[in-house]
Design a binder for this molecule. Sequence first.
Ligand code: NAP
Length: 297
Amino acid sequence: MVQDGKKMKVGFIGLGLMGGSMAMNLHKAGFPLTVYNRTQAKAEPFKSEGIKVASSPREVAAESEVVILMVTDAPDVMEVLSGPHGVLEGAKQGTIVVDMGTNSPEHARTFHSMCASRGLRFLDAPVTGGDRGAREATLTIMVGGEREDVERVMPIFQAMGKTIVHAGGVGYGQMLKLLNQVVVGVNMLALAEVMTLAERAGIDQEILFKVLSTGAANSFTVQYYMPKVMKGDMEPGFRAAHLRKDLKYAVDVATKLNVPLLGTSTTLQLYSAMNAIGMGEKGTQALVKLYQRLTSP
Ligand code: NAP
């Protein structure tokens, strides 16, 4: 039987740029935690804090009432759930599996069916707010699934985020997230265009930042990513390859619904080019660099 509130035992799989901070925030909020990361080194800071580090997703599931997944893409979720030593092998009936990475509504429904066939509950709960939002526990969390499950997991969401939205049934969290990524992606393309054009037109970057960040053009992209570009910091808070994945899912869904996504499609092509030339592991802001390269003599 899954307990309510802060006593729930939480398992966390995937301690990357996002998951590492999110799991640590759960620990700080007092949730009994078991973590797993494929690459052991990323679990070391958790070991030092006295947090239980499991050797497989199955072991995490066996210890937990709620199992959170924060891995890269749908095939990775599939592997962690149903691969050897996966969550499905270890989870007790009634365990709530929560996928917080970004994939697609269709995948969410597949994961839900796989969990349901083993007597497990499933929520899709992707997030937005960047690596800073993960560190500061200010994420916006978009949840798809049954209300009762959402309510049970709510205290856990509240320890990682500030705005939690129940979007509808399974898949609706991912759908909302894809809509969000359209705005994120096209905003980055706008920043790439503007920073390139400003340079060519002889506009000082500091002055440009002052205007964009205080007027009608302001956005998270301007506030958070533009200063990084100005400093030449291309390290990932959010990997370019991951935004490409999200834009591809958005275009796939829109294509099925006969909605043209003109700006998103263009942005997707540019992120595909970044992958092709080995820039996929850079931060999404490196699109500005690519754009400058494309337009340099
Ligand atoms: P990340 O730093 O690359 O971390 C990915 C994590 O997934 C790592 O712990 C990785 O393990 C694990 N993983 C990947 N494939 C796996 C597999 N097959 N089996 C087991 N573990 C696997 O990525 P991130 O930035 O934390 O992003 C995670 C998810 O959140 C993605 O879906 C991303 O789109 C989404 N997201 C990211 C941001 C952001 O700003 N970064 C914001 C919102 C949403 P290893 O350490 O072994 O590689």
